[in-house]
Design a binder for this molecule. Structure first.
Ligand code: PLP
Length: 376
């Protein structure tokens, strides 16, 4: 039985071009990019080439893009770095979207230790940020607002242009977690002050992230040591990983069809699926996302059985002590604890085909009917 991987929001396979671009830096190109000799200079050039590709893709300045070890580290740097750097005694509130990724939400205890009051901006029943609430919560005592470009669990695209406008009006910094949308949606109109990305969501390697920091904005570095990355992020750079990130971006820009192909697969999957409830009806979602519930069947039971049937999917919720917790995103949408354990996420991407998606839907249908028949 051929396995079908439908968990591209968790991570994506490496493009062949990315592997090719990484290999030299894992083999002969082992120089330290901080070294002044030729081996070092070559490694530094590879990093700067990736920086140029990403800054061109974002439409920002070369020097506004820094590399980190992950999207998580980039978001931590954006939020905690801004908080640690602030000397403004008036701006002591920080607003985070209630359905953000944990790399944003889990900064709360540390922000509170630093003396900030953290408030969560509610989302509606389909995980879309409540703009009216955001507007009423934003005032001139807010240092920073963090809102994601699209939700990783539901795929719902967020009104980030409006959040940016509200932040500008109140002089607050705006951090946008664009990990799920980079290259999938046009980022240029967002106008974020801080924007964070991750290589492994766009067919690049794991363990590489990036942060856009608008020129003039200062952050307190979280990793201290050498002066790498404009003294904002110490530590010898992951040259191969960064070169791979650059290559992934370059390939997607040269060949946008790779990322577009997932929509047809996602649609074929949904068309052939039976007895499910689509959790998202109204808002626009990422084209590769399908977020569903099979009422009465918890996600854990489904995922274990689907895994045995050769399907890799996910619930989007965290797994702790061997069992799935209720999804914090679905709880924020107003689902009950039980319902929030039923959410399933199927995410499509390269190299999924329509045929594979139809086959996957048939296996999911069988999985559901087998679970239901054992309960009757
Ligand atoms: N933000 C979002 C929306 C994500 O989906 C993820 C990964 O799941 C991250 C941040 C974290 O990125 P990384 O895996 O590179 O730490």
């Amino acid at each position: 039985m051929k396995r079908i991987y439908l968990d591209h929001a968790a991570t994506t396979p490496l493009l062949p071009e990315v592997r090719e671009a990484m290999l030299p830096w894992l083999e002969s190109g082992y120089g330290n990019p901080s070294s002044l000799h030729e081996d070092g200079r070559k490694a530094k050039d590879a990093i700067d080439q990736a920086r140029e590709t990403i800054s061109d893709a974002l439409g920002c300045l070369f020097a506004e893009v820094l590399f980190t070890s992950s999207g998580t580290e980039a978001a931590n740097l954006a939020i905690l770095g801004a908080a640690l750097n602030s000397t403004d005694t008036k701006r002591k509130r920080i607003l985070l979207g209630a359905a953000e990724h944990h790399c944003v939400l889990h900064t709360q205890p540390m922000l509170e230790k630093l003396g900030f009051q953290v408030q969560l901006i509610p989302v509606d029943s389909e995980s879309k940020l409540d703009l009216e609430a955001a507007e009423s919560m934003l005032a001139d005592d807010v240092l920073l607002v963090s809102a994601m470009h699209a939700n990783n669990e539901t795929g719902v695209i967020q009104p980030v242009e409006d959040v940016a406008r509200l932040c500008r009006k109140q002089g607050a910094l705006f951090h946008c977690d664009a990990v799920q949308t980079f290259l999938n949606l046009n980022l240029k109109p967002i106008d974020a002050d801080l924007l964070t990305l991750s290589a492994h969501k766009v067919n690049g390697p794991k363990g590489v992230g990036s942060i856009y920091i608008r020129a003039g904005i200062k952050l307190q570095p979280l990793a201290l040591g050498g002066g790498q990355e404009r003294e904002m992020r110490a530590g010898t750079e992951n040259v191969a990983g960064i070169a791979g990130f650059g290559a992934a971006v370059a390939k997607h820009i040269a060949d946008p069809a790779i990322l577009k192909s997932k929509e047809a697969a996602r649609n074929a999957f949904l068309t052939n699926l039976k007895n499910h409830t689509q959790t998202i009806q109204k808002p626009q979602t990422l084209t590769g996302h399908a977020h569903l519930r099979f009422p009465g069947i918890d996600a854990e039971t489904m995922l274990i059985k689907l895994d045995r049937m050769g399907i890799s999917a996910s619930s989007g919720a965290a797994c702790s002590s061997g069992s799935l917790e209720a999804s914090h995103v679905m709880l924020a949408c107003g689902y009950s604890e039980r319902e929030a354990k039923e959410g399933l996420r199927f995410t499509f991407g390269w190299p999924n085909t329509v045929e594979e998606a139809i086959e996957a839907a048939q296996r999911v249908n069988l999985c559901v009917s087998e679970i239901r028949s054992t309960r009757n």
